[in-house]
Write a protein that binds this ligand. Sequence first.
Ligand SMILES: Nc1nc2c(ncn2[C@@H]2O[C@H](COP(=O)(O)OP(=O)(O)OP(=O)(O)O)[C@@H](O)[C@H]2O)c(=O)[nH]1
Ligand SMILES: [Mg+2]
Ligand SMILES: [Zn+2]
Length: 355
Amino acid sequence: MLEQYGWNTALQNEWDVLKKENWVNGRIMTQSRDLSKVRMEQGEWLCSLPGSFNYNPSFEFPAVGDWVAVEQLLGEKRGIIRHVLNRQSLFVRNTAGLETKAQVIAANIDYAFLVMSCNDDFNLRRLERYLIATWDSGAQPVIVLTKSDLITDAKRLELELEIDQIAFGVPLYFVSNETGENIEALSHILQPNLTAALLGSSGVGKSTLVNSLLKDEKMKVNTIREDDSKGKHTTTHRELILLPEGGIIVDTPGMREFQLWNEGDSTGLSESFSDIESLISACKFNDCRHDTEPGCAIKQALSDGTLAQDRYNSYLKLQKELAYVERKENEKMMRQEKEKWKAISKTVKKMYKNN
Ligand SMILES: Nc1nc2c(ncn2[C@@H]2O[C@H](COP(=O)(O)OP(=O)(O)OP(=O)(O)O)[C@@H](O)[C@H]2O)c(=O)[nH]1
Ligand SMILES: [Mg+2]
Ligand SMILES: [Zn+2]
């Protein structure tokens, strides 16, 4: 029964070692500050989080899609989340603001459906960001362009060509909740027991897409028909939903800004920009700064037009952004380490004084 929700042998093996008396396994369906709805074998339970989870950064904080161990309250259909099982993938962003802070969007997803609408919302540079985050998450990206009913064939071709320049080999679907285009194809990707998360800006039609896949009006959608509703969020929390054909989908509130997260192990940039990375390896000098050096493959590609200036600029910008987050994280760690040693040396000094 939990297999329906994605439970597998790897999780079972981990669970066999981990489980204690009164502990029950389940998957987080929705998550608010300190309450989660968790799907157990026996149904849906409302579970709370002990104070020990309330710390920053919030990586360890249980998220939608997580498999957790719940300590059952004696004889009741509720409990306390005690442990998060190993995550098979994790989609994270950096919360907007001055401070860098990781925010987990969804855990254990097989596919990241990167949703943009064909009209107002479409932005190639944003798509690059989402792709990097997806490669780093461990999930497979699928590009979903919604509202295909609103564009001409010429516009469609143009979008296809643009995307082909930055997302080689990533599956791309033009989708319409109006005409039903490619809804069937998406539900085909979502084989039983596999999980996909819908990721994108507000108003692009994520919840409407869930309804199309459900063949039901379960999700609340924006009823005001503007091009793309900006700044108005209809969906307010992340939710995991079981589809009739067996797949699992996570609806999320639209993200206004999408900044990248990096713990120093990001390979998403190299994966997303393999075109640029292979040019760099063709530069004559290993330490080429692609500035005035002779035999620079980047400069050559920029001048003959095989590499678009916009794409190169984007690469440099994202590289800087990732380096910035990593530096901030290192600083934070060093500060914490320093505080720890300060506390230890204080205790030791006290001990000497007392002797
Ligand atoms: N023309 C057209 N309109 C659509 C399509 N899909 C959704 N819409 C409309 O777009 C608007 C926003 O749809 P939602 O599903 O609420 O968007 P969302 O991405 O879930 O937005 P948030 O929950 O705020 O993140 C609604 O008015 C939908 O009716 C489509 O395929 N074609
Ligand atoms: Mg929504
Ligand atoms: Zn160079």
